[in-house]
Design a protein around this ligand. Structure first.
Ligand SMILES: [Zn+2]
Length: 120
């Protein structure tokens, strides 16, 4: 039986394309990616003053098994670094947000990272 890889509907043998998703059907349904998808929703957590600090934070959080996404603001469409708009945004998955924030606050207290960043 063919399946749609997107909506996971099961189709009759002579159907080749899912009418809803407009996708070619597959013989075997791929392993569910729902768990992964949930982890891919990154929320801005912290604005680090520079890239070095952002990398430090990334290492710190990844050590606790928290996936981190860094978004460099300095290469945005805005004209050159305007004061507080420059920096690197540290984003983490929603379910890691509370833990990541606590870890960062701890790291600031321990002076592992500078207090120059901003929480969103
Ligand atoms: Zn479909």
């Amino acid at each position: 039986m063919p399946y749609c890889p997107k909506c996971r509907a099961e189709f009759h043998e002579d159907v080749a394309i899912c009418a809803d998703c407009n996708l070619p059907l597959v013989a075997v349904l791929p392993v569910s990616t729902e768990d992964d998808d949930r982890g891919l929703e990154y929320l801005d957590l912290y604005l680090a003053p520079d890239n070095m600090e952002a990398e430090n934070i990334k290492v710190l959080l990844q050590r606790e098994d928290i996936p981190v996404l860094l978004k460099d603001r300095t290469c945005s469409a805005l004209p050159m670094n305007i004061g507080e708009l420059s920096g690197v945004t540290v984003a983490v998955a929603e379910q890691d947000r509370t833990k990541a924030k606590a870890l960062l606050q701890e790291a600031i207290q321990d002076e592992y990272i500078s207090p120059n960043g901003t929480f969103f």
